[in-house]
Structure formats: structure tokens, C-alpha cells
Ligand binder design. Structure first.
Ligand code: ASP
Length: 327
């Protein structure tokens, strides 16, 4: 039953991320954060913990880190709010949970897990999801907790560029945060995701995001859509995505990769490359994925110039990468 190995991969978003865009201290901050997150998941897996527990622990760190567009550090909508999306899936049972447009939960990944484990539903949205969160004792946070100066400035720039009114500044800590100087914003999607294989041979995937800056009308991307931004099946693999969500939804990216592995017997890397390098690129979408299979294969594929990523596995050292010319 035991496959005696485990593996984890992490992403913190993909996009136009080139060496000349990042100062050494910015690059170091991202690399350190990604490494810490992979190690935190690795601690759970090494001790025999489940893939779901490793994912939840690792994504908590990413949701708390304002470098990334998830939890604290999430981007603002056009009306000046943080509306958070997340999803999680258990490859052993095909159970899944997701939330979209939530505003009061510190760790949306834990709310997605609560939907999976404590409701008979898969996807809850908006005020109903906020109410479910409170009723189920998931850790609450005032909306002002999610405010970061850096994301607010991004929204102001977005509003000006798109001829939209700049909404009133919401409550929050308006001091320039130290991260402001370290974060890299231009042309990137900062969604976070983790995929893991535990020593019982089960895979799982989770994704968490603030979506896209200046989103309007209750727009929801791929991150909370099972099959698009997140998918896991022990019959194939676990996948988490980041990028232009509308394209990932149209291609059912995460499920498509799993289907190629399961039905065509492709390697994880080959399946990921067909969907990202060929299909996503042909359709005009940008972004990437991380994936892990029950036999320990780990893959990532992205069609942007960079993706924040890390992986760690039993008997394999930590790998952290940002740019295209890295492993
Ligand atoms: N995929 C996310 C969305 O469309 C954005 C991202 O990856 O940063 O909401």
C-alpha cells in the first residue's frame, strides 16, 4: 500500500517575470518564501501526514505572505474589495470543495476544505460562502486585514488605465508595507497553488487567489473551478494552475492534463506540455501549472517568461525556480 515516497510542488504565480525585472533582494525574497513553503509541506509529508494536510499547511503560509496574490496580499476588485477564491481536491476520493468571492476568511483554502468535508456541495459563492465560513468556525478576518498598500496602488493604476473611477480607499493598514519594495507586480498572476503526493500514495491539489486586479461584476476565474484551476485523481495526477483564468476554464486545463495521463498513458510532463505549450498557447491564454503523479513524477509547464515555483520530494533536494532557463 505504501509507495514509500512523497513529493510536493508549489507555485506562486506565472507571468512576465524576467531577470532584469527583479532586483537581487526581490528575487531572494521570492526564492526564500517558495523554499519555506515547500519545506513546510515536506515536514507534513515526511511525517506521514496526508497530501491534503500538506497542501493546507503550505497554502496557509502563502495566504499569509503579502508577496503573493492570495489571502493577505490579494488584489483589489474594481469596487475596492478583496474577493477571494480557492479550491481543493482529494485524488483518493475525488472529493472537492471550492469557494468564490469570499471576503472574511483568513485562509480561503481551509474554507474550501470545509466545504469539501462538512457540506454536501462542491462550490459556494459570495455572502453564502462567508456565512458558511462563520457557521463552521473557520478562522475569520475583517476585510481590512487583506488591505495592502501595494495592491491598492495597482488598483489605482488599473482604474486610471481602464477609465474606471478609483473607489474610496477601504479601511486597513495604510502604511507602506516592507513588502512593497520586494514585490514584483508587472504582468504577472500571483495566484498560489500546491500539489502533493503522500506516502500512502494519494495525490491532492489546492489553489488560492484574489483573482485579477480590477475584476468586475462578480468575475470568477479558474482557481475555484474544479477541472480548470485544480484537479486531482489517484488514477492520473494532481494539478494546480495560474494564469488567465478565462482560458483555463475554456480548456478545462487541470482535468485535461489528468485525462491525457489516464487515458493516453502520457508522462506527466508530456501531458502538461501538450495542454500548456500547445493548446493554451494556441487559444491565446497565458500561464502555467504544477503537477504530481502517484508514482512520484513532478512536472511544471508554463508559456510565460517565468513562474514562481518549487518542488521537494523524498530523496530529492529542494528545487526553487523563477525564470525559464532554470530547471
Ligand atoms: N488564474 C487566476 C484567475 O484568473 C489569476 C492568477 O493565476 O493569478 O483568477
Amino acid at each position: 500500500m505504501s509507495t514509500s515516497h512523497w513529493a510536493i510542488a508549489v507555485h506562486g504565480g506565472a507571468g512576465t517575470i524576467e531577470r532584469r525585472h527583479l532586483r537581487p533582494e526581490q528575487e531572494a525574497a521570492y526564492r526564500a518564501a517558495l523554499g519555506r513553503v515547500a519545506e513546510a509541506g515536506g515536514v507534513v509529508l515526511r511525517a506521514g501526514g496526508s497530501a491534503l494536510d500538506a497542501i493546507e499547511a503550505a497554502i496557509h503560509l502563502l495566504e499569509d505572505d503579502p508577496l503573493f496574490n492570495a489571502g493577505r496580499g490579494a488584489v483589489f476588485t474594481a469596487r475596492g474589495a478583496n474577493e477571494l477564491d480557492a479550491s481543493i481536491m482529494d485524488g483518493a476520493t475525488l472529493a472537492a470543495g471550492a469557494v468564490a468571492g469570499v471576503t472574511r476568511t483568513r485562509h480561503p483554502i481551509s474554507l474550501a476544505r470545509a466545504v469539501m468535508e462538512r457540506s454536501s456541495h462542491v462550490l459556494l459563492v459570495g455572502a453564502g460562502a462567508d456565512a458558511f465560513s462563520k457557521a463552521n468556525g473557520v478562522e475569520q478576518a475583517d476585510p481590512s486585514y487583506f488591505f495592502t498598500e501595494r495592491r491598492w496602488r495597482s488598483l489605482e493604476n488599473f482604474a486610471k488605465a481602464h477609465d474606471l473611477p478609483v473607489p474610496p480607499r477601504p479601511a486597513g493598514d495604510h502604511r507602506p508595507d516592507p513588502v512593497h519594495a520586494l514585490a514584483h507586480d508587472e504582468g504577472k498572476y500571483g495566484t498560489v497553488g500546491v500539489v502533493a503526493l503522500d506516502i500512502s500514495g494519494n495525490v491532492a491539489a489546492g489553489t488560492s487567489t484574489g483573482g485579477t486586479t480590477g475584476k468586475q461584476w462578480g468575475r470568477v476565474g479558474d482557481s475555484p473551478v474544479i477541472g480548470a484551476g485544480t484537479y486531482a485523481s489517484n488514477a492520473a495526477c494532481a494539478v494546480s494552475a495560474t494564469g488567465t483564468g478565462e482560458y483555463f476554464i475554456r480548456l478545462g486545463v487541470a482535468h485535461e492534463i489528468a485525462a491525457l495521463v489516464e487515458h493516453k498513458g502520457l508522462s506527466l510532463q508530456a501531458a502538461a506540455d501538450i495542454v500548456i505549450q500547445d493548446k493554451l498557447t494556441a487559444l491565446g491564454g497565458d500561464g502555467g501549472i504544477i503537477a504530481v503523479a502517484p508514482d512520484g513524477q513532478v512536472a511544471w509547464s508554463y508559456n510565460t517568461s517565468g513562474m514562481y515555483r518549487a518542488s521537494l520530494a523524498a530523496n530529492r533536494p529542494l528545487v526553487v525556480g523563477i525564470y525559464k532557463d532554470e530547471p
